[in-house]
Each structure stands twice: as structure tokens, then as C-alpha cells.
Design a binder for this molecule. Structure first.
Ligand SMILES: Cc1cc2nc3c(=O)[nH]c(=O)nc-3n(C[C@H](O)[C@H](O)[C@H](O)COP(=O)(O)OP(=O)(O)OC[C@H]3O[C@@H](n4cnc5c(N)ncnc54)[C@H](O)[C@@H]3O)c2cc1C
Ligand SMILES: NC(=O)c1ccc[n+]([C@@H]2O[C@H](COP(=O)([O-])OP(=O)(O)OC[C@H]3O[C@@H](n4cnc5c(N)ncnc54)[C@H](OP(=O)(O)O)[C@@H]3O)[C@@H](O)[C@H]2O)c1
Length: 339
């Protein structure tokens, strides 16, 4: 049963009198409505993947190239095998989804694999290996590194997707980095493993207080900020940090984190327990939040470290920020890029 929109009976977003006592109104896909005294929105972020364009905007030609693009995680060894076997695939992204897809592709014969990341090295994706508190995740990075070292997977670092053009049944992806340097990869398919964004549009008629950077609640944002936190250092939190001005509406799970990539399912379970206790009137249990999180994989380094790796400031990486500022207008800026 898919929910397409949420409001309050008799109350659009602007109407205050009697609001807290009015039931929620939930529209159902295909018709029909539900009424509820509270809403726990655990609808995730999977349906709104992040774009391939490295600056957060779609790359030029990204929409037209959609038939060549799969988002995480295609069933490479199962239903989608025919799309990948014997072909050249470009995998873009630096998280566990990219790693999972790359390892599956490596099992296919006669299949070329290029892996493109924005960072200057793949250390963050390789993660903690045997030291990872989630051993299965640690093993992903260790196996991936072996394929890169052996040449089975070609790694393109500092890859900032700028444009995608189709030609003769293939796509050519151009990277244009902060320094203006270009790289290009021509492939049969692209896997965009670039993460996800929250979609708050179903709750657009409710009164939400969203952090302007992450899209979580404002109270939660400093606790999960990837500039400060890895997955393992997020403090316990619950109903108080998840509350919006709209009483009775809570986004939980990965959607509650907005664009912060620091979510672990253990956190979500504690969120739901806390919110459910509050809705049942047991505020003591609701506020007794506890969490013991593992240090794991990609999350063992935070966003600040990732940014350093991206611009080449981390130990052992040459280069860095361009000495000369980039021109703000380029020759193709007027008419878009690349046809
Ligand atoms: C291969 C893989 C392995 C992973 N391993 C781990 C791990 O070991 N540990 C860990 O912590 N995390 C792991 N993760 C991440 C984890 O799966 C997610 O963080 C987690 O699933 C998020 O849970 P959620 O309930 O918030 O959202 P989801 O699991 O995305 O669930 C959202 C649900 O809401 C439904 N929905 C969406 N929109 C609507 C709507 N409009 N109306 C009604 N229903 C809707 C969806 O159909 C879905 O059932 C892994 C992910 C993958 C892909
Ligand atoms: N087996 C497993 O345990 C498993 C498998 C799959 C997923 N998961 C989990 O599922 C969740 C989602 O994982 P995910 O890998 O899909 O997303 P993710 O963790 O958000 O990783 C996506 C990564 O892609 C990079 N990226 C973003 N936009 C980009 C762009 N335009 N171009 C190039 N790179 C870009 C970012 O790294 P940079 O900022 O460094 O560029 C970002 O960290 C995570 O919690 C993950 O741990 C777990």
C-alpha cells in the first residue's frame, strides 16, 4: 500500500486552529484514503538516488542517458546478467553499493570493469579490512582491493562526472575535475552507486523543520553530521530529536538522516522503539535511548577526511587545490554542454 501524500483532515499547512487534534489524512496510490492519529514515516530513500553529476547537479546528458544507467544495486549475477556479461561497465561511487556491484561484475567472464571515484584514492572504500567491527563489510573492501591491484578492475580516481553522450550504442562519460583536467570513459553500461537523497514531498503539506544541509530534523543534524561523525560515533537519539513542529509525524530510519551517509540499522531500531513508546504514552521508556554502534568500513572515515582525500590534502597524496582559480564561464556555458 503506497502512500502518495499526507495532510491533516480539514487542515492545509497554513491552518493552525484545532490542528493537533485533527487526524492525519493519507492518500493511497490507486485511490482511497486512510486516517491515523500518528504517522511514522519509514519510507527510506531508495527511490531517490543521487545524480551522477559530481557537483550534485545532473551531468549534462544524464537524463538522456537513463536507458544506459542502473542505480544501485543491479542483480548482476541474476536477472540483470545479460546486461553486463561480455560488456564494459562503468561503476561510479565510493560506498558499499559500488563495492558490492564491482565484486559481482568481477565474477563475469569477458567483462570489462572501470570504477570511477571522486576521491584521489580508494582507501576509504577499502575500509578497515579485518579490523572492521562488521566482518562481512570489511571483507568487501579487502576483496575489492585485490581486484584493483590485479588489474581486473580499472580504477579512475579524481573522476568528476560532467557529461554523458551516447554514440553507437555506447556512452562516453567525461570527467572534468576542479582543476579543469578531463578524463573520459566509453562503456556499454553505467552503474550509478552514488548514494541517495531523502524525498519529503509526500509530507509537503505538513509542518516540517528540516536542517538546510542534511534534510534531517534540525535537532538530529549535529548528532549525525558526516563532517563530525562516522557511523560509529553517532550518539543515541530518539523521539525528542525526531520530532517536527507537526505533532505526531516522525520520519525514522534512513530517511530520518536525510543525506547523511552515517545511518546504521541498529540506530533505526532504537529510533522506532523510542517513537513507539512515546506514542503509547511511556515517555520514560521513550527517552531512555541506548545505542552501541560498531566502527565499520566506509564509515570509519568521516566526510571531512573524504574531502581531504578528494582534493589531495591527505598524507601521501600529491597535488591539491589548483593554484589558479578556475574561470567562472567556459566556452560551452551558454548553450549547455556537449550536445
Ligand atoms: C546489500 C545491502 C546490505 C546492507 N547491509 C547493511 C548492514 O549490514 N547494516 C546496516 O546497518 N545497513 C545495511 N544496509 C543498509 C540498510 O539496508 C538500510 O540503511 C536500511 O534498509 C534502511 O532501512 P529503512 O527501513 O529506513 O528503509 P528501507 O529499507 O529502504 O525501507 C523503506 C520501505 O518503505 C517502502 N516505501 C517507500 N516509499 C513508500 C510509500 N510512499 N508508501 C509506502 N511504503 C513506501 C519501501 O517499499 C520499503 O519497503 C545494507 C544495504 C544493502 C543494499
Ligand atoms: N553489504 C553491505 O554491507 C552493503 C552493501 C550496499 C549498501 N550498504 C549500505 O547501504 C547504504 C547506502 O550505500 P551506498 O553505497 O548506496 O551509498 P553511500 O554510502 O551514500 O555511498 C555513495 C558514495 O558515492 C560517492 N558519490 C556521491 N555522489 C557521487 C558522484 N556524483 N560521483 C561520484 N561519486 C559520488 C560518495 O563518495 P565521495 O563523497 O567520496 O565521492 C558517497 O560516499 C550505506 O549505509 C551502506 O553501508 C551496505
Amino acid at each position: 500500500m503506497k502512500i502518495t501524500a499526507i495532510s491533516r483532515v480539514g487542515h492545509d499547512r497554513i491552518r493552525t486552529a484545532g490542528r493537533d487534534g485533527a487526524p492525519f489524512l493519507l492518500r493511497l496510490e490507486g485511490g482511497g484514503e486512510l486516517r491515523a492519529s500518528a504517522v511514522i514515516d519509514a519510507s527510506g530513500t531508495y527511490t531517490t538516488p543521487s545524480v551522477l553529476g559530481a557537483d550534485g547537479l545532473p551531468a549534462y546528458g544524464e537524463a538522456q542517458a537513463a536507458p544506459f544507467v542502473d542505480h544501485a544495486l543491479p542483480d548482476v549475477l541474476g536477472a540483470d546478467r545479460g546486461s553486463y556479461e561480455g560488456k564494459h561497465t562503468l561503476v561510479v561511487g565510493a560506498g558499499h553499493s559500488a563495492a558490492t556491484t564491482l565484486l559481482a561484475l568481477a565474477e563475469l567472464a569477458d567483462t570489462r570493469i572501470t570504477w570511477a571515484i571522486r576521491a584521489q584514492n580508494a582507501g576509504r572504500t577499502y575500509g578497515g579490512g579485518g579490523a572492521d567491527a562488521l566482518p562481512a563489510r570489511g571483507a568487501l573492501g579487502t576483496r575489492l582491493r585485490a581486484h584493483v591491484d590485479s588489474g581486473r578492475i580499472t580504477l579512475a580516481v579524481g573522476f568528476h562526472t560532467y557529461s554523458i553522450t551516447e554514440d553507437g550504442g555506447q556512452v562516453t562519460v567525461i570527467s572534468r575535475g576542479p582543476s579543469g583536467a578531463e578524463q573520459s570513459v566509453t562503456a556499454d553500461r553505467i552503474v550509478a552507486a552514488t548514494g541517495y537523497r531523502p524525498d519529503h514531498s509526500i509530507a509537503a503539506e505538513l509542518r516540517l523543520d528540516l536542517d538546510p544541509i542534511l534534510g534531517s530534523t534540525r535537532a538530529l543534524a549535529p548528532l549525525i553530521d558526516p563532517n563530525q561523525h562516522s557511523c560509529g560515533t553517532v550518539p543515541a537519539h530518539g523521539v525528542d530529536e525526531l520530532a517536527h513542529p507537526e505533532s505526531g509525524y516522525y520520519a525514522v530510519g534512513v530517511k530520518s538522516y536525510g543525506r547523511a551517509p552515517t545511518f546504521l540499522m541498529a540506530t533505526g531500531y532504537e529510533q522506532v522503539r523510542s517513537v513507539a513508546a512515546a506514542l503509547a504514552g511511556d515517555w520514560e521508556a521513550a527517552r531512555d535511548v541506548q545505542l552501541d554502534l560498531p566502527e565499520t568500513g566506509v564509515c570509519s572515515s568521516n566526510l571531512a577526511e573524504a574531502q581531504e582525500v578528494r582534493v589531495g590534502l591527505a598524507t601521501g597524496i600529491s597535488g591539491g587545490l589548483p593554484a589558479t582559480p578556475l574561470p567562472l564561464v567556459t566556452a560551452d556555458a551558454g548553450g549547455g554542454c556537449c550536445g
